[in-house]
Design a binder for this molecule. Structure first.
Ligand code: FAD
Ligand code: SIN
Length: 520
């Protein structure tokens, strides 16, 4: 199969790119589940954009930089903040409805780390509303083909032409991807002029996460194997307030916008505690709040703290947070009267595949967008509600950049089909699922909110055993989604541990995260 633009992933990043690129050529979107199975669909709080005074671009830029703890790329911050209003206009033109006040102005939320109200939203279901509008627009578009239940396994490069490639190979380029069709179990060779990896985050490398099960870091692992550069992977963001409801996966999010609305964090004794940690108290940047909660829980041997919104007008609480109200009610908590038990969970990958301001990776003809990418916008800690806007701004940047080169780019000849020789269907599905759990436990126990050199070393040692066992199994197995995800999750976990500055030199294990011979 040949297509001008191959987009892997159907969240805000992939679909907004598709809608822009389709003006120039044919776009094929592949996604591993149904179209709406993505982090975008779960976003609650909203999407940032400077809209009214007294807010200014300068304030949004400053809040982003402060939150990013000195690790942001200022060019990326400027770009996203200044282009945000225009891209919000595109989302509205595609049919997204943001809430308005009775006088017709946009109603703006506030979240942790923001010094102004600047977050456009749709109730507490902003992501689902954006995704609905994007999916409907994409489905209507004559130049876009969507293929669901297609799992991208690996990116095609000169490696597949038999050349030896490294991260330093000049002219290293991407020619498309091998994609598993889950209905037929065939692996399709999809050739493209440009490939866009928009596969979202990797929350599922941890036992507890706000991310849906599709977030297994596939794109980051694929790009790493294709020899693209990744960075900042150690900066995994933990959301401070997910609903404490043991046994439920993923953890249901209690949006930070509720704290922006006035909700207060309390210990189980009822005492407030955030004043000990930050002048912005419950609305401090997310990493500060997550560490404070973790520290209080650890001191007391407890698994949760409370979020209290009972002092606010019940009708206003219900109308601002209808989704959260209903969810909590379904497990016997009336948030207008009862305290909400909350606990931190893995939420967002601030690092990823390194890209420039056009979303280009270090590999030619390969773009990474959205949570898979590392634009440098977020630095060490993402400012709340800055990721959806990053996804659509960079979707636009990349579409323009790729479109400008479309006429001078040819499909690559000579890429072989997937080589199944020496492999068979595995009978070890249970073990694969168990291995995923084992690696999630390793990451949660040793690479969580608080880490030390010793804990990282221990994680790496435990992970290396799993890595070896998984590679051995992969070498003799016809690829299936579970096994590929496990392999990707191990690769991403490895990067999270390895890119931690302290540990860089001191980890003894060597992981050869490479293509397998059979993939040639
Ligand atoms: P996603 O939306 O996750 O899409 C990734 C897509 O790739 C999915 O369709 C997936 O199925 C597909 N995929 C993955 N691997 C493969 C593969 N191997 N082959 C084929 N397809 C694949 N951010 C905000 O700015 N504001 C918020 O209010 C907000 N709230 C959030 C609440 C929750 C609960 C969560 C989890 C996140 C929230 N975020 C929020 C973060 C934000 O939602 C995500 O960072 C953003 O939606 C990522 O968009 P994306 O397009 O990069 O990835
Ligand atoms: C939230 O609504 O608290 C999540 C916002 C985000 O992750 O940006």
């Amino acid at each position: 199969m040949k297509t001008d633009f191959l987009v892997i992933g159907s969240g805000a990043a992939g679909l907004s790119f598709a809608l822009k690129a389709a003006a120039y050529g044919h776009v094929t979107v592949v996604t591993k589940g149904e179209m709406t199975e993505c982090n975008t669909n779960y976003a609650q709080g909203g999407i940032c954009s400077v809209t009214y005074e007294p807010d200014t671009f300068e304030k949004h830029i400053r809040d982003t930089l402060v939150c990013g703890a000195g690790k942001c790329n200022e060019k990326a911050v400027e770009l996203v903040v200044r282009r945000a209003p225009e891209l919000i206009g595109d989302l509205i033109a595609w049919g997204t409805r943001f809430d308005k006040t009775p006088d017709g102005r946009f109603e703006l939320n506030r979240e942790g780390g923001h010094t102004e109200h600047r977050i456009l939203h749709h109730e507490d279901l902003t992501g689902a509303e954006i995704e609905r509008a994007l999916v409907e627009s994409v489905r209507r578009h004559p130049n876009i083909t969507v293929l669901e239940h297609r799992f991208a396994i690996d990116l095609l490069t000169q490696h597949h032409l038999g050349e030896f490639v490294t991260r330093h190979t000049r002219g290293l380029a991407c020619f498309g991807a091998y994609v598993l069709n889950e209905a037929t179990n065939e692996i399709e060779t999809m050739l493209s002029k440009f490939t866009v990896v928009a596969t979202g985050g990797c929350g599922n490398i941890y036992s507890t996460t706000s991310n849906p099960v599709v977030a297994t870091g596939d794109g980051i692992a694929m790009c790493h194997r294709a020899k693209a550069i990744t960075e900042n992977m150690e900066f995994i963001q933990f959301h401070p307030t997910t609903l404490y409801n043991p046994g439920e996966k993923p953890n249901f999010l209690i949006t930070e916008a509720m704290r922006g609305f006035g909700a207060i964090l309390r210990l189980r004794s009822g005492e407030e505690f955030m004043d000990k940690y930050h002048p912005m108290k419950s609305l401090a940047p997310r990493d500060v709040v997550a560490r404070a909660i973790y520290s209080e829980m650890t001191k007391r041997g407890e698994d949760y703290v409370y979020l209290d919104v009972t002092h606010k007008d019940p009708e206003a609480v219900r109308s601002h947070f209808p989704n959260i109200y209903e969810k909590c009610r379904s497990i016997g908590i009336d948030i207008t009267r009862d305290l909400i038990p909350v606990t931190p969970a893995a939420h967002y990958c601030c690092g990823g595949v390194k890209v420039d301001t056009d979303g280009q990776t270090s590999v030619k003809r390969l773009y990474a967008l959205g949570e898979t990418s590392c634009t440098g916008l977020h630095g060490a800690n993402r400012l709340a509600s800055n990721s959806l806007i990053e996804a659509v701004v960079y979707g636009d940047q990349a579409a323009r950049h790729a479109a400008a080169q479309l006429d001078k780019t040819e499909f690559q000849e000579g890429i072989p089909d997937w080589d199944f020789e020496g492999t068979q269907h595995t009978e070890e599905m249970l073990m694969i699922i168990q291995s995923k759990r084992e690696m999630q436990t390793i990451m949660s126990n040793y690479v969580g909110i608080v880490r030390s050199n010793l804990s990282l070393k221990r994680a790496m040692r435990r992970l290396s055993t799993l890595y070896e066992e998984t590679e051995e199994l992969y070498g003799k197995t016809k690829p299936n989604r579970e096994l590929c995800e496990l392999r990707n999750m191990i690769a991403v976990a490895y990067l999270v541990i390895k890119q931690g500055r302290e540990i860089k030199e001191s980890v003894g294990c060597h992981f050869n995260m490479d293509y397998k011979q059979s993939e040639k």
